[in-house]
Design a binder for this molecule. Structure first.
Ligand code: CDP
Ligand code: MG
Length: 651
């Protein structure tokens, strides 16, 4: 492993790099994926003493990247994860007093800012994958600039404030395809350094015609490579988890039908919600004679480097989060599959040429490539700002005045303000309320945080945490298996609560807990399989719940407070959080939003789908043939009238 480290492209310029970082407050480092930036730079800083006694934070936009990088670097340092090298991501942490290098999601570091606005525990913050321009990265970058002004000022200028006692903070911005000039300008002309990568030629093929069924096209292309081309692993880029799981199943089925002499394959999925235990497989070489086929989202573009790839199949698609703002504040998030950008296409192709000449099969035409946008729009221009706005208000900053690389949209700011006002987090002068500060302490979206805080008043924190934990898990609770839809519906009926989906979730959690107390892991799995429940979701929810209980303890909220069999208080809490997602029954059987213009139908997956409840709340809107509300509960009109903000105005 040490020989491997020394052979990385970045090792060549190690000394010059260390010197430049030592000299400058801000350094910008650009280098081809796989050159060793993310794994090596933090170790160089540690070994050269630049980090002093403070910690080194390395931010990643995605959880899986943070945890797998921590594992790799811990192995290189020959320590276990959580000691010298650790990680911290939402709902999961492995670190200790010994930890000096910490891989964190950008969101977690923003969260740390709330408790420690000068990031005093850190001497270096490495903002990695900066080109992705996530909302959290942008928030972080603007705050790092602010912190440097305080911590790095000459000591006589610092005055007697907290910053006077702290060491200067170093910032390193890293990426594979950074718009480096823009970052450099933002940091007052910071020095840009380039790592010379080793990129072998990649031959690119486009299709002659478009491929609307890109999953099927990917499968056909894979078999062609597998039967005609020399050994070498294949990396297939797909937009999301569902397509990955679908293709994984198809490949296995097809494999069974091929002639016996066909060489075997190992299929490895890789997406953001993949459990840590399954990540390791993609880095392991396939057994001799096998061909590895990795099915990944754009996480494999630059965040993680997978060895052994010779062939890339690029569907040309990705998922993009986009917030549709409305001045009523009832905007919503969408997650749509769309065409990738030219910059992504280049990165994807590049993955085939890391270790030798490679091939990239693009499942789109050359014209389609020409029509792609150059690079993606930063998230700050297209995502909901509610959660960030709340965090900034906790730091006594305002979205409108903050020095951002790109300014957020006025409409989106308006929507965020409205939502926070309705949740009671801001007053009508935009001042942060006590409630808002309490909400920000929870690593949850503001509506769910509001429900948890409300549970203190209604004495049902135990139950609300059960529900919120499941809603915050990264996978769905119920399987929608098309083969056994009837049996699945039957199983689900046992848990059904007449008030709807939230209390149905509560029933499931209660039943699961009884099983979990009585059975070992295998028994739990078996029970979930029989009930058509996703064990992974429940297991994750139990972890999340523990974390949320800890937050409650810190805030002196009694998480054991229970409403017992009368679950109505749980709904009252949810109404506090989801008040913007309330809708009233119309004479024609549809629902009209209380605070927005839309007509909403109850999603067919809901237990209330064929009921006619007069008032409902829902978790989210989904757009297909209609606008559907998903995750629905029936509530009383009075619960809505009791929401304090509405009450004042006499609504
Ligand atoms: O950040 P950058 O893309 O420049 O490279 P890196 O993530 O530091 O990866 C450097 C090398 O470490 C790659 O060539 C990988 O082969 C190896 N690596 C690995 O084997 N397993 C990991 N989990 C991460 C990196
Ligand atoms: Mg990297």
């Amino acid at each position: 492993m040490q020989a491997q480290r020394a052979a990385l492209p970045i090792a060549t310029g190690k000394d010059a790099l260390i010197e430049a970082i030592r000299e400058n407050d801000v350094s910008i480092l650009v280098g081809e994926t796989g050159s060793g930036k993310t794994t090596q730079v933090p170790q160089y800083l540690l070994e050269s003493g630049i980090a002093g006694k403070g910690m080194i934070a390395v931010t990643q936009p995605r959880k899986v990247a943070a945890t797998s990088l921590a594992a790799r670097v811990a192995a290189e340092q020959n320590v276990s994860v959580g000691s010298l090298v650790g990680y911290s991501v939402r709902f999961d942490e492995a670190s200790s007093d010994e930890t000096r290098i910490k891989y964190v999601t950008d969101g977690m570091l923003v969260r740390e800012l709330l408790g420690d606005p000068l990031l005093s525990r850190y001497s270096v913050v490495i903002v990695d994958e900066a080109h992705e321009r996530t909302l959290r990265t942008d928030l972080l970058v603007t705050n790092l600039k602010k912190i440097q002004r305080k911590r790095n000022a000459p000591s006589d200028a610092k005055g007697k404030g907290a910053a006077a006692k702290l060491n200067p903070l170093k910032v390193i911005v890293m990426s594979a395809t950074l718009d480096a000039e823009k970052f450099s300008r933002f940091f007052d002309g910071a020095q840009i350094m380039y790592v010379k990568g080793r990129q072998h030629p990649v031959k690119i093929y486009h299709t002659a015609v478009g491929q609307p069924d890109y999953v099927d096209a990917a499968m056909r292309t894979f078999w062609q490579i597998h039967t005609d081309q020399p050994p070498g692993d294949v990396l297939i880029f797909l937009p999301g988890q569902e397509d990955i799981e679908g293709l994984e199943r198809s490949l296995q089925l097809y494999m069974d039908r091929l002639p016996k002499e066909t060489p075997s394959i190992v299929v490895c999925p890789m997406y953001a919600a993949l459990p840590p235990g399954q990540q390791a497989a993609i880095f392991k070489p396939a057994p001799p004679g096998f061909r590895k086929c990795i099915l990944a989202t754009n996480i494999a573009e630059t965040s993680i480097t997978i060895p052994g790839i010779k062939y890339v199949i690029d569907t040309g698609k990705c998922k993009e989060k986009r917030y549709i703002a409305r001045d009523t504040g009832t905007g919503f998030d969408t997650l749509l599959t769309r065409d990738i950008t030219k910059s992504s296409a280049a990165q994807r192709a590049g993955r085939a040429g890391r270790e030798g000449p490679g091939h990239c099969f693009r499942l789109y035409t050359e014209e389609a490539f020409d029509a792609m946008e150059a690079s993606a729009e930063p998230e700050i221009r297209r995502c909901s700002l509610t959660s960030s706005m709340l965090q900034l208000r906790c730091l006594n900053q305002d979205l409108e005045d903050v020095d951002f690389m790109d300014k957020p949209d006025r409409e989106a700011i308006g929507a965020a303000l409205k939502t926070l006002y309705l949740l009671g987090a801001l007053d009508n002068k935009r001042n942060l309320t006590k409630l808002g500060r309490d909400m920000a302490a929870f690593p949850l979206e503001p509506p769910l945080a509001r429900a948890v805080v409300a549970s203190r008043e209604f004495g049902c924190t135990l139950e609300v945490l059960d529900v919120v934990a499941v809603l915050s898990a990264s996978s769905k609770l119920f399987f929608d298996s098309t083969d056994e839809r009837e049996a699945a519906a039957d199983a689900r009926r046992k848990f059904r609560h007449r008030s709807g989906d939230h209390l149905t979730v509560l029933n499931v959690v209660r039943a699961y807990q009884e099983i979990a107390a009585a059975e070992k892991k295998s028994g739990r799995k078996e029970w979930c399989r029989k009930q058509f429940l996703n064990e992974r979701c429940l297991a994750e929810a139990m972890d999340i719940r523990n974390q949320l209980r800890e937050v409650c303890e810190r805030m002196q909220i009694d998480w054991k407070a229970s409403c017992g069999e009368d679950e109505q208080p749980v709904l009252k809490c949810l109404v506090r959080g989801l008040v913007q997602h309330a809708a009233y029954l119309q004479p024609d059987g549809s629902y009209k939003q209380l605070m927005g213009p839309s007509i909403v139908k109850i999603h067919p997956s809901s237990s209330l789908c064929d009921k006619k409840a007069p008032v409902i709340i829902y978790d989210e809107l989904v757009y297909t043939t209609h606008i559907y509300g998903r995750g629905v509960s029936a509530v009383l009109r009075s619960y809505i009238a009791d929401v304090p903000v509405l009450n004042v105005k006499g609504a």
